[in-house]
Design a binder for this molecule. Structure first.
Ligand code: GLP
Length: 244
């Protein structure tokens, strides 16, 4: 695991975007695993800027997103489908048919999660997976649990995740209670993983996840076992590392 320290959010975003851009340049038909949440927004903005300058071409890129709320349709501005179109897909030349987000409108969780897992397999796996980090150490929507869930599955969101994400909804009651997410096994099969974390509120979990014990109670801690992980942190998110 390599930790790269950035000065601030902008610097973190540029460094993370550089790693994604290098992947796109080196392998123009890469399969990118993409993430939502507020942290990667600056990374996507930077990629769009480089695309607009003519430095990046997404025409052969395929993407698979980590997760989606169950029950939200594509038009819902809180769906991750909507988020990805707003922040990246509609701003670069990626082909719509090459972009994938689990379909939260599908009631049959087993069928949808199985389809998604099979789709990733048919793409030959993920070349580079971008991840944010939840306050409780979740990645995608893999919440702390007694075991690591391997495949794409349906999860019940924890109170702390609902609480953290309610800022995007009218109230906590409006936050969906379930989501579809790639499993820990799905994430760990990615050839490379890039984690971004920013802000003081992530400092404790950064120290715990990347320097503490590997345990399913801190899902991101499994990343310590992956052979090719880069974690890009701003100074605030890195501030508790020495204390662990
Ligand atoms: C959500 C997403 C995660 C994301 C996390 C952190 O729960 N499912 O993929 O990493 O939020 O979000 P933020 O970057 O806004 O702190």
């Amino acid at each position: 695991m390599r930790i790269i320290q950035a000065k601030d959010y902008k610097d973190m975003s540029r460094k993370a975007a550089n790693i994604l851009a290098a992947q796109i340049v080196m392998k123009p038909d890469s399969v990118l695993g993409l993430a939502t949440g507020s942290t990667p927004i600056g990374t996507y903005d930077q990629l769009v800027e480089w695309y607009e300058k003519g430095d990046l071409d997404f025409s052969d890129i395929k993407s698979v997103n980590l997760d989606e709320y169950k029950g939200l349709d594509h038009g819902n501005d809180q769906s991750y489908y909507y988020f990805m179109h707003e922040h990246l897909f509609d701003r670069v030349n990626i082909k719509e048919e090459n972009t994938n987000v689990p379909d939260g409108t599908k009631e049959d969780a087993q069928a949808e999660c199985g389809r998604y897992e099979e789709l990733i397999r048919s793409y030959g796996g993920v070349d580079l997976q971008l991840l944010g980090l939840g306050h409780n150490g979740h990645i995608g929507f893999n919440e702390p649990a007694p075991v690591f869930e391997k495949e794409t599955h349906c999860v019940d969101l924890t109170e702390s995740t609902i609480e953290a994400n309610k800022r995007f909804f009218a109230s906590a009651e409006d936050v969906p209670k379930q989501a579809y997410t790639m499993g820990i096994g799905t994430i760990m099969r990615a050839r490379k993983i890039l984690v971004v974390a920013s802000g003081e509120d992530k400092a404790d979990i950064v120290a715990k996840a990347f320097f503490g014990d590997v345990t399913p109670e801190v899902p991101a801690s499994i990343l310590q076992m992956h052979p090719d992980v880069i974690v890009v942190l701003d100074a605030a998110a890195a501030s508790k590392i020495a204390e662990e």
